[in-house]
Ligand binder design. Structure first.
Ligand code: NAD
Ligand code: ZN
Ligand code: ZN
Length: 235
């Protein structure tokens, strides 16, 4: 979406005008907002100097315009922006998950802690490949270990809601990423992104199993931090 807009145009859509020069420092570059941005990287030299400070429209946090453009250029340039202070998301956040498949079905067994319902099993399959420009080492191969990965949700109202939100997260490429596995230390490999999944069915030897009565609320918070809320689950 928003192809053809320059990074400066994307950033400016989310800003309000700032009338008086603020006293505070910019928390991106640590320099005074009243003075110039300390950021001298590529692509920001051309950012307009008039209106050098921007206020993010929803949360009100202030930054140098050049610093916001530099931050946007360092990301995956998907038309969205996330406030580095309070994490408010402007636009639709997407990730860099590599191509693969997400499937799910109901299995006629109950999870520990959810004796009165069946279980949703999600199966993720991601093959190894070559990293794209949105990955840490473009052009380098990445591995994909332990696929298919099976994940479980209770097949009740809340579990089905989480499933619908995970389907949105999948479409936005937010379930997995490419990087270094904190479990195995392997780099250039497919890893879980910041949305926790339960990968153990009948036991809880890994702490990624059931029972876990806080899990649903926790994963709803993690989905929200990626910009996926209960209102947009149907999109
Ligand atoms: P990671 O270790 O970098 O961790 C990223 C996030 O995923 C963390 O929040 C972590 O808590 C969570 N996580 C770690 N292990 C998990 C698990 N088993 N189930 C659910 N969440 C888990 O991420 P990663 O490298 O993608 O995850 C490591 C897991 O991947 C292993 O435990 C295993 O299940 C699987 N894996 C399997 C093989 C294999 O050859 N069979 C190899 C590597 C990884
Ligand atoms: Zn700055
Ligand atoms: Zn903010």
């Amino acid at each position: 979406a928003r192809k053809g807009r320059t990074p400066e145009e994307v950033v400016k859509r989310y800003l309000q005008k700032v009338r008086n020069s603020p006293e505070e420092d910019c928390t991106i570059c640590m320099e005074a907002l009243g003075g110039p941005s300390a950021y001298k990287g590529p692509g920001v030299a051309s950012v307009s100097r008039a209106a050098s400070v921007g206020r993010l429209a929803q949360c009100g946090h202030l930054y140098h315009l050049q610093c916001l453009v530099a931050m946007y250029n360092n990301g995956n340039k998907d038309g969205s922006l996330q406030c580095p202070t309070c994490k408010t998301i402007y636009g639709v956040k997407t990730g860099n998950q590599s191509p693969g498949k997400m499937e799910y079905h109901v299995i006629p067994h109950s999870l520990p802690g959810h004796p009165d319902c069946k279980t949703i099993r999600i199966i993720y399959n991601i093959p190894p490949g070559i990293q794209g420009p949105e990955h840490p080492n473009p052009g380098t191969p990445f591995t994909a270990r332990g696929f298919p990965r099976h994940c479980y949700l209770p097949d009740n109202e809340k579990g089905r809601k989480v499933l619908r939100m995970l389907l949105v997260a999948w479409d936005r490429r937010l379930i997995f990423s490419v990087g270094t596995s904190s479990t195995t230390g392997e780099s250039d490999t497919v890893i879980w992104n910041e949305i926790h999944h339960k990968t153990e069915f009948g036991s809880n030897l890994t702490a990624h199993g059931y029972p876990d009565y806080g899990y649903i609320d926790n994963v709803l918070k993690e989905l929200k931090a990626q910009g996926i809320t209960e209102d947009e689950e149907q999109q």
